[in-house]
Design a protein around this ligand. Structure first.
Ligand code: DX5
Length: 227
């Protein structure tokens, strides 16, 4: 059974939020129709930065969002349960941080949540393609993970196209998420390449009006989805 690209969903990343009024910013994107947000978890080892714990998942869940937790940590299988218990709907680990990606995805699914697998810019998608049958979300980084506000790497889009063809040909039910530097200038080409989950941090929460920015980005992405 052939599947096709579902649609294109913009997923604001809390990392770009203003911590002094994050609740307010979440309410603004919710009012603009946003249903899915992303929580970046950094440990200072896998990436040279520190960020959020499970309480940020609870903050978003308390507002009824679908939440994906992006674990940029060296030991994802030791901490995944904390984020599952906090209410995360998807927990994503990096292929560079696990010895056996297939076992890692199964272990995350065994926590009762959906499982995602991410690749950094220098990592090919081959290893991800091998485990797509047990993967609910395939994440292609379009920046080196660790910081928001970086420049989008357009040379990551061929990875998205390869994944799109593979998922559609095998009739798999797996989101393709693109993360890093996504904004008004590149979101259409990202959606046209086949990404159906588009993480946007500074382009949404860095904008004067987060709700308006969200709506405009999602309209651009949806218009670009090949029917
Ligand atoms: C970076 C994170 C991204 C980042 C996105 O390591 O994984 O989610 O917060 O922020 P922007 O959209 O500003 O690049």
């Amino acid at each position: 059974m052939m599947t096709a690209q579902k649609t294109a969903v913009v997923v604001p990343s809390l990392l770009a939020g203003d911590l002094s009024r994050l609740g307010e910013q979440l309410d603004a994107v919710k009012a603009a129709g946003c249903a899915w947000v992303s929580v970046d978890v950094m440990d200072g080892h896998f990436v040279p930065n520190l960020s959020f714990g499970p309480d940020f998942v609870k903050l978003a869940k308390a507002r009824g969002f679908f939440v994906d937790t992006h674990l940029m940590v060296a030991n994802p299988l030791d901490v995944a349960a904390w984020f599952a218990e906090a209410g995360s709907d998807i927990v994503t680990c990096h292929i560079e941080a696990v010895a056996d990606p297939r076992a890692a995805l199964k272990k995350i699914r065994a926590l009762g949540v959906k499982a995602g697998l991410a690749v950094k810019p220098k990592t090919p998608v081959d290893g991800l393609i091998e485990v797509l049958d047990v993967c609910d979300l395939a994440l292609v980084m379009s920046v080196e993970p660790g910081f928001g506000g970086q420049k989008f790497m357009a040379d990551m889009l061929p990875k998205v196209s390869v994944l799109r063809r593979e998922i559609d040909a095998r009739g798999l039910d797996c989101w393709i998420q693109l993360d890093g530097g996504v904004g008004a200038a590149n979101i259409a080409s990202a959606a046209a390449a086949g990404a159906d989950s588009l993480v946007a941090g500074s382009a949404v929460f860095g904008a004067p009006d987060a709700g308006k920015a969200f709506r405009e980005l999602e309209a651009k992405a949806r218009a670009a989805v090949k029917s």
